[in-house]
Design a binder for this molecule. Structure first.
Ligand code: E4P
Length: 216
């Protein structure tokens, strides 16, 4: 499974990229707004940090304006992927952009029906938001399972980016379902390292090694 980081923060991207396991980056308008930087400059900086798909979202509401905005964004760097919201206008824009060879990540996917339409339109990626289901007491991973069932039956050139991740179990469940990508917030990535038994085991090895060294 590919691992993307779900942030627009350059420091966090830089730190996680140093681990050697990062395959791409997703941003969204809320994540970009937190950074207080010029959008296109920020996207360019991210592209210079990570050699992989970098999702940047259009804010226009009509298909024609989305397409125009997308063409500008992809001129920043060859790795820019255009995030388009799942709307009728977004679907039309996705079809136009896909036909031009521009990679689209259709986002704000909350149903298998939406996912199917996005695949039909030629989206290179689709982003089901699992955490926002969990936030209201539902099981977001069920949607991923439904989408993977559909993709298993057809040869769409679409990869699933499991998004809106709240904890490491979302990541491992996504991997067990065969999802192509998980886009993971920095804090969740840091939690993936941690297990108390690992810490206890390291301490025990260090203590036993120290005892042995004293005897020699
Ligand atoms: C992908 O980048 C999505 O925009 C993001 O994962 C949404 O996460 P949230 O539901 O925590 O806002």
């Amino acid at each position: 499974m590919k691992i993307f980081i779900d942030t627009a923060n350059l420091e966090k991207i830089r730190e996680v990229n140093s681990w050697g396991i990062l395959d791409g980056v997703t941003t969204n308008p809320s994540l970009v707004a937190k950074e207080g930087m010029d959008f296109e400059t920020l996207v360019g900086e991210i592209c210079n940090l990570v050699n992989g798909p970098i999702s940047a979202e259009v804010m226009s509401e009509t298909a024609n304006e989305m397409v125009d905005e997308a063409r500008k964004l992809v001129s920043i760097h060859e790795n820019v992927v255009i995030k388009v919201p799942m709307t009728e206008e977004g679907l039309k824009a996705t079809k136009t952009l896909a036909d031009e060879g521009i990679q689209v990540n259709m986002t704000l996917i909350f149903s298998a029906a939406q996912a199917l339409l996005a695949c039909k339109a030629g989206a290179r990626y689709i982003s089901p938001f699992v955490g926002r289901f969990d936030d209201v007491g539902e099981d977001g991973m069920r949607l991923v399972s439904e989408i993977m069932d559909i993709l298993d039956s057809y040869d769409y050139n679409t990869e699933v980016i499991v998004a809106s991740i709240r904890h490491p179990i979302h990541v491992t469940h996504a991997a067990r379902m065969g999802a192509h990508i998980a886009t993971i917030p920095y804090d969740v990535l840091k939690k993936m390292f941690k297990h108390p038994l690992t810490d206890i085991g390291i301490k025990r090895f260090q203590d036993d090694w120290a005892k042995m060294s004293k005897k020699q």
